[in-house]
Write a new protein. Structure first.
Length: 127
């Protein structure tokens, strides 16, 4: 369970990206074969917003494990940008920037946890 909690931020971040762009890609592919699908944009925004909140919560938990503030700050900046895009003024560039920052935050978070894990193993070997 601890392992799942420590990965929650990264998993939710990836799901947010997939929920947004995966849905768009699926709709585009379906339209290529002649199937028309209408997506409720408000529902998609609400789903991605929920995933962003979960991602931030997971990054806070993860920060307590590895004490590297960078993934948390990147996630927070990404969330602020994406909330602005969703509920303020939309621009494609800001949307892409927000999701790229979210992916970078997940990568940095994963690497920080890996470093912490390696250090803990070294510490346990000394005992």
């Amino acid at each position: 369970m601890e392992n799942l909690k420590s990965r929650l931020g990264s998993i939710a971040s990836i799901f947010a990206v997939v929920a947004c762009y995966g849905t768009l890609a699926s709709v585009a592919l379906l339209s290529l074969v002649g199937i028309s699908v209408e997506i409720d944009e408000r529902l998609m925004i609400n789903i991605v917003t929920l995933l962003l909140i979960i991602a931030l919560s997971g990054m806070v938990y993860s920060w307590h494990l590895h004490r590297n503030i960078l993934p948390l700050l990147l996630s927070l900046l990404a969330a602020i940008i994406l909330f602005w895009v969703f509920y303020g003024r939309y621009t494609k560039e800001l949307e892409i920037l927000g999701f790229v920052l979210l992916i970078i935050a997940s990568i940095v978070d994963f690497r920080s946890k890996k470093k912490t894990c390696l250090k803990q193993r070294e510490c346990h070997q000394d005992e």
